[in-house]
Write a protein that binds this ligand. Structure first.
Ligand SMILES: Nc1nc2c(ncn2[C@@H]2O[C@H](COP(=O)(O)OP(=O)(O)O)[C@@H](O)[C@H]2O)c(=O)[nH]1
Ligand SMILES: [Mg+2]
Length: 246
């Protein structure tokens, strides 16, 4: 039985994806497994993911979507597939390992030590003595976006967009991934909005008490971001749609 399953959404990741890091991780952490989702890639991603699954068939699984559907749907499909394994915890982790896998056990420990927590999210806070490295432009654009998101959600959250999140597999988690998301890149915001709806119906405690942002020790920006300044209007429009919908 796998206690923890991590969904890794992969789109054209043949150059960045490093099979040995994933295999080594499950060898050191036999309670953990990966569900690797190929999101309609046009390179060798699918084969690479299948190689990992073949190398560790008890803990690594590959899922392949025919056509590219975006990170939100890739993660959602992974979560739906993960439910079959009945894990205690399920999360998603960016394939570039901008957040190192060694952070996973920290997140698991938090969920175990504090039963009230439903979700642990990585938070890219630049503090002295840590290695949280982003280009300055990306840092400031990201901080502006994060502030707007926090205002829209009415929640004092610092970093919704970090690609490292681990959920307790409860009813709220099932509900959060039951329906497709309306945005491709801001689905993290939608997840929080869905948790907030659950809290409003008293199905969850207030989110300030059951979601924990864990400041990362290490986060390295790897490669180009898919969002740039030119996407500003599109991002704001997507946020407006999310605000309207939820
Ligand atoms: N660009 C892109 N990434 C996707 C897609 N579907 C899944 N992903 C995955 O989403 C994760 C985050 O992507 P990344 O390129 O690191 O974006 P970042 O948020 O700018 O760092 C990676 O694991 C990607 O492989 C997609 O349609 N487009
Ligand atoms: Mg990245």
């Amino acid at each position: 039985m796998l206690e923890t399953i991590l969904i890794v959404p992969c789109y054209n990741e043949a150059r960045r994806f490093q099979p040995p890091l994933f295999i080594d991780f499950v060898d050191r952490h036999p309670d953990c497994g990966f569900l690797l989702v190929n999101d309609g890639s046009r390179d060798q991603t699918r084969d690479l993911l299948q190689q990992v699954a073949a190398a560790r068939p008890k803990s690594c699984f590959a899922l392949s979507l025919e056509r590219n559907q975006g990170k939100a749907e890739a993660v959602r499909q992974g979560m739906l597939a993960a439910r079959e394994h009945k894990p205690a915890f399920a999360g998603f982790w960016d394939a570039d390992l901008a957040t190192p896998l060694d952070t996973v056990p920290e997140f698991i420990a938090l969920l175990k030590q504090r039963p009230e927590l439903r979700l642990v999210m990585g938070s890219r806070v630049r503090l002295l003595g840590r290695q949280v490295e982003r280009r300055a432009s990306r840092h400031y654009v990201g901080r502006c976006l994060a502030t707007i998101i926090s205002l829209i959600l009415g929640l004092p959250v610092y970093d919704t967009q970090c690609g490292a999140k681990l959920f307790r597999c409860d009813h709220a988690w099932e509900q959060a991934f039951a329906e497709p998301f309306i945005s491709r890149w801001l689905f993290d915001v939608e997840i929080l909005a869905r948790y907030q709806q659950a809290a409003r119906k008293a199905l969850l405690p207030p989110l300030e008490r059951c979601i924990y942002e864990s400041p990362l020790q290490t986060w390295h920006e790897i490669g180009q971001s898919h969002l740039g300044l030119k996407d500003g209007p599109r991002v704001l429009l997507a946020l407006a749609r999310i605000w309207w919908t939820y």
